[in-house]
Design a protein around this ligand. Structure first.
Ligand code: UDP
Length: 426
């Protein structure tokens, strides 16, 4: 079985924590690596943003990234990708022909790749498994401004994908239900397979050592959040919660710290996007200049130390189809407090493997943080419960489930072709 994976608009090798690179990139990279190591070769096709990049970049044994030059060799708005999609698809076909390769299945990620997958299916006649990662209808339902809303064209493409692809992978039962509610999708074609976490990279380590390594004061109370700087991540809620906590517990005022990983750091304000500027303005307005620190995007190699250094990881998102950051922090044994939405509500069992709070309610978040800092036993049991929960999400188990789905889909599609041929003959 050979897989053509499509991640058109964002490369699995992109720098994480920017506007367009986060959970999906990690997912594509890790799943492909795991499949490759299990003897299932994977080629990940992506749009190259730099002419100097080599076409083929090996990822691990059996998995490769294929950089294809389409449109301007520079970052551009993801919606522009649709304009260049026919060129991208023809380059994928040329690559496969040139290498004398054929694929048994196309696994597409995000609506843009889904559109490319349907076009490739017409040439190759192989089935398509699709994963949305986020749904435009859900993003629009929580959007607070016009800039945050997704286009009608995206919604139409997502609706069509749900009708036309051979199988859809949802990250959680709720993700699946949302496809049915918002797009009237047929539930039978949607398979729930969760996202995974690299348990070798993300594991518990000493808080003191991690703090010493990162230069974080040993006695401070550290709240960490990690994510792309965008309004959907709700980082403003954490800043408000910090202000509330300082009012409730003035004795903690000088020791509380909020560390924000993602976007750009303090030294490069000229590169902050609109959301990061908004958060900086809020920080100034609440007089939290010394307590809230922008650390900029950090590599996956360094993230386990940040998780280990924190007293709690807060995920205040308005919507997450899954929410890898929460799972990574749980795997590191750091208590997680997350808003009670989407995948977060599935991964975290409230009070056992983390704590949930009502979305966007900074008072509720501050109350839970206060409880956590006051109760070492609670912190210990959430840390233990989180790690235990994360252990069932290793990539080996996720890849096994995916291979089973690929095999079923290939078999169904071969049966369909066989039946169609028989009908023609009779
Ligand atoms: N991430 C990272 N460095 C950063 C910010 C994020 O490596 O500076 C990674 C993070 O470890 C996680 C992913 O990006 O694996 C974010 O995934 P999540 O599902 O939480 O959010 P999404 O980006 O899908 O909205």
């Amino acid at each position: 079985m050979r897989i053509a994976m499509l991640s058109v608009h964002s490369s699995p090798l992109a720098r994480l924590g920017g506007k367009e690179a986060g959970g999906m990139n990690v997912y594509v990279r890790e799943l492909a690596r795991e499949l490759g190591q299990r003897g299932v070769p994977v080629d990940i096709f992506t749009r190259s943003q730099d002419r100097r990049e080599p076409t083929i970049v090996p990822l691990s044994c059996g998995a490769r990234v294929i950089n294809l030059h389409t449109g301007p060799a520079a970052p551009y708005d993801k919606n522009m990708v649709l304009t260049y999609l026919p060129e991208f698809v023809s380059r994928v076909r040329c690559f496969a022909d040139g290498q004398d390769l054929s694929y048994d299945i196309i696994h597409s990620h995000y609506f843009l790749s889904g559109e490319a997958a349907l076009r490739l299916r017409r040439s190759w006649g192989v089935p398509v498994v699709h994963m949305f990662h986020t749904l435009a209808a859900m993003k629009n339902s929580v959007a607070r401004s016009k800039e945050e809303t997704e286009t009608g064209q995206r919604i139409a493409i997502e609706r069509r994908l749900l009708q036309e692809v051979d199988a859809v992978v949802a990250a959680t039962p709720l993700d699946k239900a949302q496809m049915v509610w918002h797009y009237e999708a047929d539930a039978d074609g949607i398979n729930v397979i969760p996202c995974g976490v690299d348990l070798r990279r993300f594991h518990p380590q000493s808080k003191a050592t991690a703090r010493a390594k990162l230069g974080i004061e040993a006695h401070s109370k550290v709240l960490l959040t990690v994510g792309r700087m965008e309004p959907l991540k709700g980082m403003d809620c954490l800043i408000h919660a910090l202000a509330e906590l300082r009012t409730r517990r003035p004795e903690w005022a000088n020791t509380l710290r909020v560390l924000l990983v993602g976007g750009e750091n303090e030294q490069r304000p000229e590169r902050w996007n609109a959301e990061q500027r908004r958060l900086a303005a809020l920080r100034a307005e609440l007089g939290l200049g010394a307590q809230v620190v922008f650390l900029g995007a950090q590599s996956q190699e360094l993230l386990p130390s940040y998780y280990a250094a924190a007293d709690a990881v807060v995920v205040p998102s308005h919507y997450e189809s899954f929410g890898l950051v929460a799972l990574e922090a749980m795997a590191c044994g750091t208590p997680v407090l997350a808003s009670n939405v989407g995948g977060l509500a599935t991964t975290i069992e409230d009070g056992r493997s983390g704590m949930l709070f009502p979305v966007n309610e900074h008072g509720a978040l501050a109350e839970r943080l206060e409880r956590l800092f006051d109760d070492e036993t609670l912190a210990g049991s959430l840390s233990h419960g989180g790690r235990q929960r994360a252990e069932s999400y290793g990539w080996d188990s996720i890849a096994r489930q995916m291979v089973r789905l690929y095999s079923d889909v290939i078999e169904d599609s071969q049966l369909a072709v066989y039946s169609a041929r028989r009908e023609l003959v009779s």
